[in-house]
Design a protein around this ligand. Structure first.
Ligand SMILES: [Zn+2]
Length: 88
């Protein structure tokens, strides 16, 4: 079991969290305005970087989205903060 730090609730069991995507990956405004290829890239392409990554996670009990920084190799958590005001 690993503990993840929700910036609103504190450390909780990893089973309470849901991965929401890589930070900076933006959904196209309107699905009808993008080609099938662009939509497919949005849905299925990940950077999947090795090392220090910044990701968006949701803590399901409080429903808040936040940024989780972790090492994708060691799984060590570096920190977390509220999503508001974040940029890629
Ligand atoms: Zn929370």
């Amino acid at each position: 079991m690993q503990l993840f730090p929700c910036p609103f609730c504190g450390e909780r069991n990893e089973t309470e969290f849901h991965f929401a995507g890589e930070l900076g990956k933006l959904r196209p405004d309107t699905a009808g305005d993008v080609s099938d290829a662009e939509w497919g890239r949005y849905l299925y392409t990940q950077r999947n970087e090795k090392g220090h990554v910044r990701e968006v996670w949701m803590h399901m009990p409080c429903g808040e989205l936040f940024v989780l920084e972790r090492d994708s190799v060691t799984m060590a958590v570096i920190g977390s903060r509220a999503l508001r005001g974040e940029t890629a």
